[in-house]
Design a protein around this ligand. Structure first.
Ligand SMILES: Nc1nc2c(c(=O)[nH]1)N=C([C@H](O)[C@H](O)COP(=O)(O)OP(=O)(O)OP(=O)(O)O)CN2
Ligand SMILES: [Zn+2]
Length: 130
């Protein structure tokens, strides 16, 4: 019997940015230590005892997200206004479909811009437009 389970890995990266068309101090150059949580939906079975190896989840996150964003000026490496919301969509699109070989799918991401402010994207929101 295949039993569903959600597997999560946390990442952190440092980046600088400034918001465009923003009336306030966030239009000035400043930096964040972003925290990212990536959750995938997988399965455990009689013989399949790892849904996805934590190490594989870590490698994919590093390769697809951190290698592109860590210690970067986001306005230079991304071609959109780098709000937490837009960044979350960009991360979702880079990760989606990358877990098929593990029989897993992207389930949810949370992205903290500051220790107290974060955004969430998940499969329900993406499917239902909720
Ligand atoms: N909905 C969003 N609002 C804001 C975003 C965003 O991405 N989405 N981003 C910013 C700024 O980039 C800023 O860095 C964050 O601002 P703020 O919440 O003021 O951060 P602080 O932690 O420094 O604020 P405190 O009130 O001191 O905790 C702004 N808004
Ligand atoms: Zn900011």
């Amino acid at each position: 019997m295949k039993r569903p389970i959600v597997i999560t890995r946390e990442f952190e990266f440092d980046a600088a940015h400034n918001l465009k068309n923003y009336d306030g101090d966030c239009s000035n150059l400043h930096g964040h230590r972003y925290k990212l949580e990536v959750s995938v939906l997988g399965y455990v079975g009689e013989e399949k005892y790892l849904a996805i190896d934590f190490k594989d989840l870590k490698s994919l996150g590093k390769e697809l997200i951190l290698d592109k964003l860590d210690h970067q000026y986001l306005n230079e490496v991304l071609d959109f206004n780098t709000s937490c919301e837009k960044l979350a969509y960009w991360i979702w699109e880079r990760l989606e479909g990358k877990f098929i070989e593990y029989d897993c799918e992207l389930y949810e991401i949370k992205l903290w811009e500051t220790p107290k402010s974060y955004v969430t994207l998940n499969r329900n929101i993406m499917n239902e437009g909720l």
